[in-house]
Ligand binder design. Structure first.
Ligand SMILES: *Cc1c(COP(=O)(O)O)cnc(C)c1O
Length: 442
């Protein structure tokens, strides 16, 4: 295969054989326009496209690259695992080590968030399985989710699911049977009265509430203090379960995820089921469902809830995940927090200097910018903004060699590899991007 000469050539060639030229829609630059990047390699804080141009990367593979790209020790662990065979279709000691490690990390004092862990390959599978467990455990069918929260692309969870579908301007997805969609109640986020009303309207029918630990897929939108605990308490009061989706936040906002941050802030509560993905695989296809023993042991082969996977617990993915999590010490989180804070502050200052109406939404080290004046509290707020300004801002940053997420509805991701040089590059690019945002027209 000859290397294409430009990103445009690469995209055209891809479109001839891959729908839209992409294997996940947001990569197509639909909401920002222009030519999507075709990446050939990545190292530390940088990605390199087919033309050989380097960019400071603020996508980080949508979160997994917590340590930066191609961390030497993670690469070494994967190479070592590869030399011993790619997949066995049988259990491996590494899977047990990873489960032990994750269960131990999800701890606050002597209270643990989860007692058992099952590995799958994608976050979509993790949330799908968590819901199947909840339905199996309760004998109920209805699921409550929040507008703007993304839990993967399974049929029952696509309704009002944030970035991907918002970017395309779609309400949900064609191909989802109405009977399946009808089992999902979509509520406004951070709205306690709506949650109570849903339980009152559907007595004995709701199996579970599922929520992103902190909203981050319709722009960053933190739960109001106590909201997750309220969801857990309310679910339990009605015989339902609470599924905490930490696919994005887990091992990214801190060693014990968003749950850990809430515990450290003095909120004491324990989820029934937790889903993980992204950082847990360190860039390889790996995700997981964790939870209480009585719930997790409903899974086959012990119980009646079926779930399986030819490549589940893949040894290369487990090696990458274990190496990544072992390296993710307090210093790594300190660096990611500091880099995130520095970029969020600099972006705010640059936009402020140009008089561009905006709000920086934060949740731990996660942040995104919404082009509106009032704070964002729910999905309707997130959509009510001057998104065309992001298009101009994004392309000015890209021209200056900084790759932002190609949608205003995505969080910006920093890594422990974003050193002073990489950050200076971002800071230098911001004033011109802010000017482009200021002069943008719809
Ligand atoms: C990314 C994401 C998923 C889906 O994970 P995939 O690995 O893309 O299937 C689920 N939930 C949340 C909160 C996510 O951010």
């Amino acid at each position: 295969m000859t290397t294409p000469m430009s990103n445009a050539d690469a995209a055209a060639r891809a479109r001839a054989v891959i729908p839209g030229g992409v294997n996940s829609p947001v990569r197509a630059f639909g909401s920002v326009g222009g030519t999507p990047l075709s990446i050939v390699s990545a190292s530390g804080a940088h990605v390199t496209d087919v033309t050989g141009r380097q960019y400071v990367d603020l996508v980080a593979s949508w979160g997994p690259a917590l340590l930066g790209h191609a961390h030497p020790e993670v690469v070494k662990a994967v190479q070592h695992a590869a030399s011993r065979g790619l997949s066995f279709g049988a259990s491996t000691p590494g899977e047990t080590e990873l489960a032990e490690f994750v269960i131990d990390r999800l701890r606050h004092g002597d209270r643990r968030a989860i007692e058992r862990l099952r590995l799958v390959s994608t976050g979509t599978e993790a949330t799908m399985t968590a819901i199947r467990i909840a339905r199996g455990a309760t004998g109920r069918d209805v699921i409550v989710k929040f507008a703007g929260h993304y839990h993967g692309h399974s049929d029952g969870l696509l309704a009002e699911s944030g970035s991907g579908v918002a970017t395309l301007g779609l309400p949900g997805s064609a191909g989802v049977p109405a009977d399946i969609a009808a089992l999902t109640l979509v509520l406004p986020y951070n709205d306690r009265a709506a949650v109570e009303a849903a339980f009152a309207a559907h007595p004995g029918r709701i199996a579970a509430i599922i929520a992103e630990a902190s909203g981050a897929n319709a722009g960053v939108l933190a739960p109001e203090p106590g909201f997750n605990r309220f969801l857990s308490d309310t679910a339990h009061a009605h015989g339902a379960l609470f599924i905490l989706d930490e696919v994005l936040t887990g091992f990214r906002v801190g060693a014990a995820g968003w749950w850990g941050l809430e515990q450290a802030a003095g909120q004491e509560w324990t989820p029934d089921l937790v889903t993980f993905g992204k950082v847990i695989g360190g860039g390889m296809p790996l995700a997981a469902i964790g939870g209480r023993t009585d719930l997790m042991e409903l899974l086959a082969p012990l119980g009646p809830v079926y779930q399986a996977g030819t490549l589940s617990g893949n040894p290369l993915a487990v090696a990458a995940g274990l190496a990544t999590l072992r390296l993710a010490d307090a210093e790594v989180y300190r660096r990611v927090d500091a880099a995130s804070d520095a970029v969020a502050t600099a972006a705010h200052d640059a936009l402020e200097a140009e008089g561009v109406a905006h709000i920086v939404s934060r949740a731990g080290s996660l942040f995104s910018i919404a082009f509106r004046t009032d704070p964002v509290r729910d999905y309707d707020d997130a959509r009510a903004q001057e998104a065309f300004r992001y298009r101009a801002f994004f392309h000015a940053m890209l021209d200056a060699g900084v790759a932002l997420p190609p949608s205003v509805f995505e969080a910006w991701f920093l890594t422990a590899a974003h050193d002073d040089r990489a950050l200076e590059h971002v800071f230098a690019a911001l004033p011109a991007a802010a000017r482009a945002a200021a002069s943008a027209r719809p």
